[in-house]
Design a binder for this molecule. Structure first.
Ligand code: ATR
Length: 264
């Protein structure tokens, strides 16, 4: 490895807990590949430490950082500038530090769309899509799919009021896309709406082996429908296993992780 001359910079990912994060290994490998002398750390901070650090942001030693659960929204009040995309998604996963000022971006949305384009040759225009979940990750996906001109987005969530909130917000923003919101019944929805060509699980269900099943059976698809789970660890959740068994094309969240990190 040839190290290029230049100032050493310090970056990191902030979250809690952080045992499962792949970002430090991925970003450090990229720095080394590019011959950059920088370091990327995992900063596992409790909410109290996170707040203390952000209150003293002028003295922050970091040149930039990523945010993961549970700080993607909590960071927003501390930012000096938020990109229009991140403002609409209401989540920031990347912060650039410039002379003590913090600039917030969202690269998750880019990562999601890029990953399904790579994996499936995906184009959202005119498509019907089911999004399961109504948190920050769902917002990034809906933003992408709406921006690209999806025709219908069904939003489904355990807490219906949160799905309705997304329906209200994004419905105003993307006039070409029809939105609807629903209780958490993915099996019935996929059976009753064969036009749904893509289903995305954005919830954390399936992360732990003892999690309840999100869906018990997928309708048969013969390789013409797509199922994505944003979880990448385990690489194949029960959701993806069942989808694959029924002939759906599948992708986990590793591609999104990779491309959000590359853009960050
Ligand atoms: P993220 O930023 O990763 O999207 P989040 O904003 O905390 O995280 O959102 C988590 C999503 O997973 C929500 O849609 C949540 O549903 P609720 O709005 O009803 O809380 C969903 N979720 C988490 N645990 C769940 C469970 N056990 N069953 C169903 N949905 C669950």
């Amino acid at each position: 490895m040839r190290i290029q001359p230049g100032r050493f910079k310090l970056y990191g990912v902030i979250g809690y807990p952080l045992q499962h994060t792949l970002s430090p290994r991925m970003q450090q490998a990229a720095f080394e590949h590019l011959g950059l002398p920088h370091f990327y750390a995992a900063l596992e901070l409790t909410l109290k430490s996170f707040k203390q650090m952000m209150h003293r942001k002028k003295k922050l030693l970091l040149d930039g950082f990523n945010l993961t659960i549970p700080y993607k929204q909590a960071i927003i009040p501390y930012l000096d500038l938020v990109s229009p995309e991140a403002r609409l998604i209401k989540a920031v996963n990347t912060v650039i530090v410039k002379r003590g000022r913090l600039l917030g971006e969202n690269t998750d949305a880019y990562g999601f769309l890029k990953s399904i384009k790579e994996k499936f040759g995906w184009n959202s225009k005119g498509k019907s899509i089911l999004i399961i979940g109504a948190g920050g990750a769902a917002r990034a996906c809906i933003y992408d799919l709406g921006k690209e001109g999806a025709s219908i987005i069904f939003i489904m969530n355990r807490t219906l009021s949160k799905a309705k909130r997304l329906y209200d917000e994004f419905g105003k923003k993307f006039s070409k896309t029809q939105f609807s919101f629903h209780d958490l019944k993915p099996k019935e929805m996929l059976e009753n709406h064969p036009e749904i060509i893509l289903v995305v699980n954005t919830t954390s269900l399936g992360f732990r082996s003892d999690d309840p099943k999100l869906i018990h059976k997928f309708p048969r698809a013969n390789g013409k429908r797509f199922a994505v789970d944003l979880i990448y660890n385990p690489p194949q959740t029960e959701f993806l296993r069942l989808a694959k068994a029924a002939g759906w094309k599948t992708a986990n969240g590793l591609g999104m992780l990779l491309y959000q990190g590359a853009k960050a």
